[in-house]
Design a protein around this ligand. Structure first.
Ligand SMILES: Nc1ncnc2c1ncn2[C@@H]1O[C@H](COP(=O)(O)OP(=O)(O)OP(=O)(O)O)[C@@H](O)[C@H]1O
Length: 920
């Protein structure tokens, strides 16, 4: 027995060593470049193939093949990737989401390239570099880990590496050659990948899909080490390796044996699921690259061409028609990504799991093998499968509530791998399973017609989710999650909706794919497919249904030839090119398509670029007009209900407009009922609607940022908070808005305790905020931006409220139809304010509202804010511009070190501060 324990431990150490190598490589690359290299496994696979090519095909000595593969090819590949793929991305601003898409692109490109070069079949003759004796492998790993750890800790290069990781720009300013550091990190990471590949290849299946996935399954090791600690990574890897092999000794009876067997074979996948779903998150700040979701205008007539092309296969016969059957089915699967990723902005690498579950459930239901349910006709089975898989969308939807970017990518990848290993690969679920087509649709042509009908239904469902109130809310969430929350969008609920709808669509497509080939094929829903589909949809315009259909046609059409891998290679190249254009390939496409459309429509040589410039000029001119027309004489004339100095003239009021013109007569857009023309008006002045804080305390870890804040925001008053940097103003603001939770104290509104209410719920109560850093939705037009604010609150008539808000801030007319992405800062500040006003706020929280505005714009803003106060809105303004504060505020609170140290009318407080200044 003891010798069995010893043997199993040795076997486990061997597996664990390979996993530790991967962990070391991933951590070093991540630390040097900030990139979690999804292509690590693919580099391992390519190196294993190249070593086999050198030794087996060309007859080189093993040492020569190994030297070329590990010392030349692998580091060279790393340096090439750094130089031509990832360096341009870091120069363009280092958007982590773009690097994620690019690394998935490299993965797909290498997998596709290997399939093209070496075929898709598995090889079992990979040369053995280090014997299966684990001590040799373990020694390699420990020496590597110790060497890397020493270099990072004790050498100048290590210090440079840590500086680059902390802040690349600062490190460059300090004279560090960040590119050299990154290149070294990539070269070393690729070397460890190559070593892993050549060590593993003789003992596992060497094929373009299996080996990369096997290597990436152990990413858990690096995540468990928080992408930092090499010793932790090595220990975790060895522990899982040994644990996995020891599990094979246990032989419980009954179903437990099957469970234990699958656990024993997939302990790294369990660790991946735990690490991705349970452990503290990594890389939470990144979202989808903006370029991936930019509006891509549909070329005129494109839909007609698409309809004709999709009808064309009805005229095909034989294998052509049989192949075409996969296109509409895959199109439906990819539409699920349009909803989740394109519109909702959520990275999802696990859609293949939902598609596979759709196919599996359809097959089980149609075969009468689904527990507790009778045998169903195929179409009923498909419909029920869709309904059953939809709620499983929560598997990835739930983690998405608290995760973004890299963390979400890992979580969804983990779910994809977990479902593949624990469901699709298990004989108890899939052995001997066949899947027929519905009665009457057995032939390819009839089945294709059925698919077209279901594809049309899926397009209709996708359209429902991408247009109207839901579509705008999804786009708002994608463009700026915090901004969407502030506009009242129930972000967590919307994420769940996106993932549930996405799972349903993927299941429908998966079921159709299965029926198309008359079988449930686990390989068709491999997690690698999830990566390929994600990359394909992302590069062809994630928020474009036409893009998804094109991707489906490309993926099926290009792989229909004798050699697979063409489609993957092409999609990989496109995804890798994400960083090679300023603004990404989508932007190039967008501008190109815009130019073409204008030429076609007008027949003049007016380019889209020209249009954009004209749009900006118009917007700027309108901003000036707004600033000018909102002159003091045009401010509301009725007496203010509160003692707000609403008619106080300041230097900013008296300033001429930016172009020196005199303010033209006429108010911006007054209305008879209210001063602002807004929907709330006098109703806001309800005396009980007071926002108060009592003994508010907030912390960041052990640091106390707020300490015992008591504040009252009465209706009809403007309250200003001023103080030096770091005083705690933003923290206070965030506590009131619901984006930071206080550790002690209470926030009450209209007699209700709202301390723990989330941001969107506060907005729906009437407490709305704007942001110091603009939080507009760039892919929506100005009007749509404002409409989101009106729709998500309980405004009875959103379009009238939007219209009022747009008029009040002079955003109506042609300006309202421009995408927010193209507008100057001053206009965007108004858009954000209009969005807040459209919801009819009773309390308005403004964080540095004058930042980025010129003098006339500040003056105009002041007049609008005074008018709002006069209408009964309670305003809180956090502001550094003391002139503005003096002009606006009824009460000023001075903060320092997390406390309010002085309060009173502005003239008193500001004079006291001015008097203290010389002695300070
Ligand atoms: N996320 C955070 N983690 C740790 N400390 C933080 C964090 N955010 C703020 N702090 C600290 O809390 C204190 C208050 O910060 P806060 O941003 O609220 O001040 P502020 O008055 O708004 O400053 P500024 O005018 O520069 O925006 C500061 O010392 C700041 O360093």
């Amino acid at each position: 027995m003891s010798s069995l324990t010893y043997d199993l431990t040795l076997a486990g150490l061997s597996v664990g060593s390979a996993a530790a190598l991967t962990g070391i490589g991933l951590i070093v690359t991540y630390r040097a470049t900030g990139v979690l290299n999804f292509a690590h496994g693919a580099i391992a696979m390519v190196c294993a193939y190249v070593l086999r090519q050198c030794v087996v095909e060309w007859g080189w000595p093993l040492w020569a093949g190994a030297a070329v593969t590990l010392l030349l090819l692998a580091p060279g590949l790393g340096v090439v990737l750094e130089r031509f793929v990832f360096r341009p991305l870091s120069v363009l601003g280092g958007d982590p989401a773009q690097t994620l898409v690019a690394s998935i692109g490299v993965f797909v490109l290498l997998v596709g390239g290997a399939a093209l070069l070496w075929g898709q079949g598995a090889r079992d003759d990979a040369p053995v570099l280090v014997s299966s004796d684990p001590w040799g492998q373990l020694a390699v790993v420990l020496v590597l880990a110790a060497g890397v750890g020493s270099v990072i800790r004790w050498t100048r290069f290590g210090r440079e590496l840590r500086a680059v990781v902390d802040d690349r720009r600062l490190a460059v300013l300090g004279g560090i050659d960040a590119d050299r550091v990154a290149a070294a990190g990539w070269a070393f990471g690729a070397f460890t990948a190559g070593l892993t590949g050549v060590l593993l290849a003789p003992y596992v299946r060497l094929d373009p899909y299996g080996l990369p996935l096997l290597v990436m399954e152990v990413v858990a090791v690096a995540v468990a080490a928080r992408m930092r600690s090499l010793p932790v990574a090595v220990l975790v890897a060895l522990a899982i390796g040994v644990g996995q092999s020891q599990l094979t000794r246990l032989h419980p009876s009954g179903w437990a044996e099957q469970v234990l067997q699958s656990l024993g074979a997939n302990l790294f996948v369990v660790a991946l699921l735990l690490a991705a779903l349970v452990l503290p998150r990594i890389g939470t700040r990144d979202a989808l690259p903006r370029t991936a979701t930019a509006r891509v205008p549909t070329p005129p007539g494109a839909w007609i061409v698409a309809v004709v092309l999709f009808l064309l296969p009805l005229g095909f016969a034989g294998s052509d028609l049989h192949t075409s059957v996969q296109v509409p089915a895959l199109g439906v699967v990819l539409l699920s990504l349009v909803v989740v990723t394109g519109r909702g902005g959520q990275i999802s690498l696990g859609q293949a799991a939902y598609a596979g579950l759709g196919a599996l459930f359809t097959a089980l239901l149609a075969a009468g093998r689904f527990p507790g349910l009778p045998r169903l006709p195929e179409l009923a089975a498909l419909a029920l499968a869709v309904l059953l898989v939809a709620p499983l969308g929560l598997l990835t939807g739930w983690p998405a509530i608290t995760r973004r970017g890299l963390a979400l990518a890992l979580a969804t990848f983990a779910v994809g791998v977990g479902v593949s290993r624990f469901v699709f690969a298990q004989p108890y679920a899939t052995a001997g399973l066949t899947l027929g087509r519905p009665a009457g649709f057995e032939g390819d042509r009839a089945y294709y017609v059925l698919e077209l009908v279901l594809l049309t239904a899926a397009l209709w469902a996708t359209r429902l989710l991408r247009t109207g109130r839901t579509g705008r809310a999804l786009a708002a969430m994608r463009d700026h999650e915090a901004g969407a929350s502030a506009a009242g969008v129930r972000v967590p609920r919307l994420k769940l909706l996106a993932f549930v709808a996405g799972a349903a669509l993927a299941a429908l497509g998966g079921g159709l794919l299965g029926m198309g080939v008359r079988a449930f094929d686990p390989g068709a829903f491999d997690p690698v497919r999830g990566l390929l589909w994600f990359a394909a949809v992302t590069v062809l315009g994630a928020d474009s249904t036409l893009g998804a259909l094109t991707a489906a046609a490309l993926l099926v059409g290009l792989d229909a030839g004798a050699r697979g891998g063409v489609a993957a290679a092409l999609i990989g190249v496109l995804a890798v090119l994400v960083g090679r254009f300023p603004g990404g390939p989508y932007e190039a496409l967008r501008t190109g398509a815009g130019r073409l459309r204008l030429r076609l429509r007008r027949g003049v040589r007016l380019t889209a670029v020209g249009m954009e410039v004209r749009g900006r000029v118009r917007a700027t001119a309108r901003t000036r007009r707004w600033a000018a027309t909102a002159a003091p004489s045009q401010a509301p004339t009725a007496p203010a209900p509160a003692p707000a100095p609403a008619d106080k003239a300041t230097p900013t009021d008296r300033a001429a407009t930016a172009d020196g013109a005199q303010p033209p007569p006429g108010p911006p857009a007054p209305d008879h009922e209210t001063r602002t023309g807004g929907p709330g008006g006098k109703h806001h002045a309800a005396a009980g609607r007071v926002l108060t804080t009592h003994g508010l305390q907030a912390r960041y870890d052990t640091f106390t940022a707020l300490d015992g804040i008591d504040l009252t925001l009465p209706p009809g008053r403007i309250t200003a908070v001023i103080g030096p940097n770091g005083a705690g103003k933003t923290t206070l603001f965030n506590c009131l808005a619901g984006t930071h939770h206080p550790t002690h104290g209470q926030i009450r509104y209209a007699g209700r305790d709202i301390t723990h209410l989330p941001a969107h719920a506060r907005t729906r109560l009437g407490i709305t905020r704007t942001f110091q850093q603009l939080a507009v939705f760039p892919t929506l037009t100005v009007t749509e931006n404002v409409l989101v604010g009106a729709e998500q609150t309980h405004t009875p008539d959103p379009s009238t409220a939007t219209h009022h808000a747009l008029r009040l801030l002079a955003l109506d007319g042609p300006l309202g139809t421009l995408p927010a992405a193209d507008l100057p800062t001053g206009t965007l500040r108004r858009v954000e304010l209009a969005r807040a006003l459209a919801g009819g706020p009773r309390v308005l929280l403004l964080d540095e509202p004058a930042a980025g505005l010129d003098t006339p714009e500040v003056a105009a803003l002041a007049r609008v804010l005074k008018a709002l106060a006069a209408d009964g809105t309670a305003l809180l303004v956090v502001e550094h511009d003391l002139d503005l504060v003096a002009d606006l505020a009824d009460v000023v609170h001075v903060m320092a070190a997390g406390r309010i140290i002085a309060s009173g009318p502005p003239e008193h407080v500001l004079d006291t501060l001015a008097a203290q200044e010389p002695s300070a």
